[in-house]
Write a protein that binds this ligand. Structure first.
Ligand code: DGP
Length: 148
């Protein structure tokens, strides 16, 4: 009986450790982690166990979506920290949401600003998926409030 109880306790502990290991790691002061957790709002268009896609709050094209890993990493610099499944899911989700928005045939762009020189402003890895109109070279970096 004692042995059975010990076995069950060990099994429960191992199961808990697995769950903790698989839960996406979050950063408490990250706006995109809050969106993943559902504590900040977003216009979600797609979700699977690895990634989330939603509308950019400041769209700079007719279609402007963001695709992010649920696990927090700051940028492409930390890509190696993500499991292979997540890396694959990110690219697949970019194409899927573009297709769902009907922008694939006309042409679309996927952009990941990584680091200061690239103008990254939210330090949770994200891919901009833009399209639905003729895109300018600087579609993502320009500020529509300042430029024609
Ligand atoms: P980047 O500059 O490449 O880091 O892009 C960050 C993008 O994130 C920018 O286009 C605006 C968008 N963004 C920032 N905060 C929020 C937010 O709270 N919700 C949504 N949906 N988008 C956000």
């Amino acid at each position: 009986m004692r042995r059975t109880l010990l076995f069950l306790a060990a099994f429960a502990l191992a199961a808990c450790q697995t769950l903790v290991a698989e839960a996406p790691k979050a950063s408490t002061d990250c706006i995109f982690c809050k969106i993943v957790a559902g504590t900040a709002p977003s216009r979600k268009v797609y979700e699977d166990p690895y990634v989330l896609a939603f509308w950019d709050i400041r769209p700079r094209a007719k279609v402007h979506l963001l695709v992010i890993p649920k696990q927090h990493v700051a940028s492409l610099k930390e890509l190696d920290e993500l499991p292979m499944e997540t890396r694959a899911a990110l690219l697949s989700a970019c194409v899927k949401v573009a297709r769902d928005q009907g922008i694939v045939d006309q042409g679309f762009r996927i952009i990941a600003n990584s680091g200061k020189d690239a103008g990254q402003s939210v330090f949770h890895l994200h891919f901009h998926v833009v399209g639905g109109e003729k895109l300018r070279e600087d579609a993502i970096t320009r500020d529509p409030a300042k430029q024609p």
